[in-house]
Design a protein around this ligand. Structure first.
Ligand SMILES: [Zn+2]
Ligand SMILES: [Zn+2]
Length: 700
C-alpha cells in the first residue's frame, strides 16, 4: 500500500500494520494495526493479553503475519521523543540475536524507566503530559544554572602517551586499539587527548568505565580536562544508581544530540546517540562490563561492534587486558599500543611474597607486614590492607559439637557481621537472609561460639588493636551502602584523614592514593585454586590493580603478599610485574585445554525446587542438542558437557544446575543455539522450572 506522494500525509481511512518489540519473554515482534502513521523507532502503547505495554516499532507498513481480524490496534503513538534511529535498532537487534533474546528484551530495558512504563502516561498526575514534558517543564522552572565550565587545565603528555594518542587520532574509520599500560602509566591522559581532538571537531564520545570507578570526582576531573572543548550541559552521565528522573534527563540529552560526551557504566553502551566518533572502554578486563542477569551482554564486546557500526575508533585500555583482547591484539585484529613507564617517573612498587607456611601470624597478619605498616605510619605515609572478603568472619563455629552457621535457604555458610557494639549478626551473601547470631550453639547449647577466619570488619578491628593511634577506614560493599558514602570515604583518604585503609576490591581501582607507602594483601590464596578456569586471570588482574596503588607519589612503594604458595607462577609473575609472561603462559594452557579465547562457550542454567528437575531438564536439552548437531553435521565442532549442579547448588530454596556448551567455531555455536533454543520451550516453564542461556559466560 505504498501510495505515491509524501509519506507524512496521514491517510485516516487506511489501516497500516507494523511490528512492535515488547519486553516479554516471547519471540516477537508482534503485529499491530494503526490508523495513524507510525514510524520505525516510534514508541507505542499497545494491548498485550490483558495488559497494556509500551513497545518499540521495528517495522512499519508490513504485510501482517496473521489474519487482519486477529490483529489488535495500537492504542497510542508516543511522540514525546524523536523515534529511535535505525542504527540504534540495529545495535539492539544484533545484541538480541547474539545473546539469544527477543528484540524487545533488549530494547525496552535499555530505555529509561519512565519511557517504557505505561503508568507514566496516564492517571490523574500525568494528565495529558508524559514524563518527558514534565521533566522539561521542571527544568525550565529551575532555570538551569548557567553552565559555567571550570577552567580547563592543558594536558601534558609523556612521549609514550603522545605516541599512543597520535596513532589513535590518525585512525580513519573503524579501528580497535588495545591500550596496554602499566598501572600509573596514565592511560587516561591518552583517552582524554583522543577525546579532546574528537570534541574539538564537534564530534561525540562514548566513554565507558567500570561500575566502581564512576564517582562524581571522576566525572569532575574529566570535565576539568575537557573543559575547553565541551560545556557542562554537553556531558551526560549514565549509570544504574541514578534516580529515574536523572537517568531520563541524561538519556534525553544524549538522544537529542545535546550531549557530546556520554560517560557511563556498562548500560551506557545502549545509549541512543545521533553519532559516535570515539568509544573508550577503560579497564576493559573488568568483570563489571558483563551484565550478570537478564540480557547477559558484554558491554566491552558490544563497544567494538558499535564502533565498527559507527566507523569510529575504539580504545580498550588496561594494565591487565583480558586474554580475549590480548589474543585479538596478538592476532592483529586489534592494534596494540603500549605504555611501559609510569607517568610520574616513579618506579613500579617492589612486590614481596611473604611465605606464611612457617610463620606465626598475629591475627592473620605476618610480622613483616605489621612492621612495614608501622614504618609507613612513622613516615606519615598511608597503608592499605586488601582482603577481598567482607563481613566479620566467614562462618560461626561451635568447638564442642562442630556446628557451623549454615544458611537455612542455601547451601552456603551464613557470614558473621558485627552490627554495632558486640552484637553479631548472620548474613547470607547469597540470598540476603539476615538474623541475630545465636547466643549459644543451637545443637549442643555451648555458649562459646567462635567466628572462624576473618573478613574486612575483623581485620579492621585487629589493625585498631595493633595500631591504636592510627585512623582506620574500611571500604567495602557494607560500609558504602548509602549513596555517596564511598565518595565520602575516598575523599577522607585523599585528604590524608586516614592512615590505614582496609578494603575489598572496591579499593583497587582507579583511585589515586597520593601517599600510599605499603600495600598488604591478605588471603589471596583463596582464589588460587578455584574451579573456574578464569580465576588466575582475574586474581592476577586484581593484585596488579591493588599493587599499582602503591608508590604513585614518586617515593618508593612496597607491596607485601601473604601466601602459602609463593612458588606459584602467578605470584612469581606478579613479583616481576610481568603481565606479558603470565598472559603467554595462560594462553598456552588455554590453547592446550581448548578453552576461550581458543573456543567459544555458552552456558545453559536451569533452576527448580528439586535438583533432579533442573538436572533432568538439562539432560533432556543435551540429548536434543546432540541430535540436532548430528542432523546438521556439526557434532565435531560442538561439545556438550554433562549437566552438573552449581557449586552453591541451592540459593533461596531454589536448586541450580548448568550445562556447558563449547565450540571450536562461533558460527557453529550460534547455529546450534538458534536451532535448539526453540525446542526448550518457555524460559519460565511449568512446575517452577526456569532456564536461561548465557553466551560467552565469564563465570563457570
Ligand atoms: Zn555445639
Ligand atoms: Zn541464603
Amino acid at each position: 500500500m505504498s501510495a505515491p506522494g509524501p509519506a507524512s500525509v496521514p491517510v485516516s481511512s487506511a489501516i497500516r500494520y507494523c511490528r512492535v518489540a515488547l519486553d516479554v519473554p516471547l519471540a516477537g515482534p508482534f503485529d499491530y494495526a494503526s490508523n495513524e502513521p507510525v514510524q520505525v523507532g516510534d514508541r507505542v502503547i499497545v494491548p498485550f493479553g490483558r495488559r497494556r505495554l509500551i513497545g518499540v516499532v521495528t517495522q512499519a507498513g508490513v504485510e501482517p503475519n496473521l489474519p487482519p481480524e486477529q490483529i489488535r490496534p495500537i492504542e497510542r503513538v508516543l511522540g514525546d521523543v524523536a523515534p529511535l534511529s535505525p542504527k540504534w535498532l540495529a545495535l539492539s537487534q544484533f545484541a538480541a540475536n547474539y545473546y539469544q533474546r527477543p528484540d524487545g528484551e533488549v530494547m525496552l530495558p535499555a530505555l529509561p524507566v519512565p519511557l517504557r512504563r505505561v503508568s507514566s502516561y496516564e492517571g490523574k498526575r500525568a494528565g495529558q503530559q508524559g514524563p518527558v514534558e514534565r521533566l522539561r517543564k521542571r527544568q525550565t522552572r529551575q532555570q538551569q544554572s548557567a553552565g559555567e565550565s571550570p577552567t580547563a587545565k592543558p594536558l601534558v603528555l609523556t612521549e609514550q602517551q603522545q605516541a599512543a594518542a597520535d596513532q589513535i587520532m590518525a585512525a580513519q574509520g573503524f579501528a580497535a586499539y588495545l591500550l596496554f599500560g602499566v598501572t600509573g602509566s596514565g592511560k587516561t591522559q591518552v583517552y582524554l587527548t583522543a577525546a579532546q581532538a574528537v570534541l574539538a571537531k564537534g564530534g561525540r564520545v562514548l566513554f565507558l568505565v567500570p561500575e566502581i570507578n564512576l564517582t562524581p570526582q571522576f566525572a569532575q576531573a574529566l570535565l576539568l580536562k575537557l573543559g575547553s572543548v565541551v560545556r557542562q550541559e554537553e556531558v551526560a552521565i549514565l549509570h544504574s544508581r541514578l534516580a529515574d528522573g536523572e537517568r531520563l534527563d541524561a538519556w534525553l540529552r544524549a538522544h537529542d544530540g545535546q550531549a557530546r560526551i556520554v560517560l557511563g557504566t556498562r548500560l551506557a553502551i545502549f545509549v541512543s546517540m545521533p553519532a559516535i566518533d570515539l568509544i573508550v572502554v577503560d579497564e576493559e578486563h573488568d568483570p563489571s562490563y558483563k551484565q550478570q542477569e537478564g540480557l547477559r551482554y558484554s558491554a566491552r564486546d558490544l563497544a567494538v561492534w558499535r564502533a565498527r557500526q559507527e566507523h569510529a575508533p575504539v580504545i580498550l585500555g588496561s594494565a591487565t587486558p583480558s586474554l580475549e583482547s590480548w589474543h585479538k591484539a596478538k592476532r592483529g585484529d586489534y592494534r596494540l599500543l603500549q605504555l611501559t613507564e609510569r607517568a610520574t617517573a616513579a618506579a613500579l612498587p617492589t612486590v614481596r611474597l611473604i611465605d606464611t607456611r612457617r610463620l606465626d601470624l598475629n591475627k592473620g597478619l605476618a610480622p613483616q607486614l605489621i612492621d612495614a605498616i608501622g614504618v609507613a605510619l612513622s613516615e606519615s605515609r598511608q597503608a592499605l590492607v586488601y582482603l577481598n572478603r567482607r563481613g566479620y568472619a566467614p562462618v560461626l563455629h561451635c568447638d564442642s559439637c562442630g556446628w557451623v552457621s549454615q544458611c537455612e535457604h542455601c547451601t552456603a555458610y551464613s557470614v558473621v557481621h558485627r552490627a554495632g557494639g558486640n552484637r553479631m549478626r548472620l548474613h547470607c551473601h547469597h540470598c540476603g537472609a539476615q538474623h541475630a547470631a545465636p547466643m549459644s550453639c543451637p545443637t549442643c547449647g555451648d555458649p562459646d561460639l567462635q567466628p572462624m577466619g576473618r573478613g574486612t570488619q575483623r581485620l579492621e578491628e585487629h589493625l585498631a588493636q595493633l595500631f591504636p593511634q592510627a585512623r582506620i577506614a574500611r571500604i567495602d560493599a557494607d560500609s558504602t551502602r548509602r549513596k555517596g558514602s564511598a565518595e565520602d570515604l575516598f575523599e577522607q583518604v585523599h585528604a590524608g584523614e586516614v592512615d590505614i585503609l582496609v578494603g575489598t576490591q572496591m579499593v583497587s581501582k582507579g583511585h589515586d592514593f597520593g601517599n600510599l607507602g605499603v600495600v598488604g594483601v591478605v588471603n589471596a590464596d583463596a582464589m588460587l585454586f578455584s574451579q573456574d578456569f578464569r580465576a588466575p586471570e582475574r586474581l592476577f588482574a586484581q593484585l596488579i590493580q591493588v599493587a599499582g596503588r602503591a608508590g604513585r607519589d614518586g617515593k618508593s612503594g612496597l607491596v607485601m603478599i601473604q601466601t602459602g604458595y609463593p612458588e606459584q607462577p602467578l605470584y612469581q609473575a606478579l613479583k616481576r610485574h610481568d603481565y606479558v609472561g603470565f598472559a603467554q603462559s595462560l594462553m598456552v594452557e588455554r590453547e592446550m585445554a581448548g578453552l576461550p579465547p581458543f573456543a567459544f562457550q555458552a552456558l545453559l542454567t536451569a533452576e527448580a525446587t528439586e535438583l533432579a528437575d533442573a538436572l533432568g531438564f538439562l539432560e533432556a536439552a543435551r540429548a536434543t542438542a546432540i541430535a540436532w548437531l548430528q542432523a546438521h553435521e556439526l557434532a565435531e565442532l560442538v561439545t556438550l558437557y554433562d549437566a552438573v549442579p552449581l557449586r552453591v547448588v541451592r540459593v533461596a530454596r531454589i536448586c541450580r544446575a548448568q550445562l556447558l556448551i563449547e565450540a571450536s567455531s562461533r558460527v557453529a555455536l550460534h547455529r546450534l543455539l538458534r536451532g535448539w533454543l526453540i525446542s526448550l520451550g518457555s524460559r519460565h516453564g511449568t512446575g517452577g522450572l526456569r532456564w536461561q542461556l548465557e553466551v560467552d559466560p565469564l563465570e563457570i
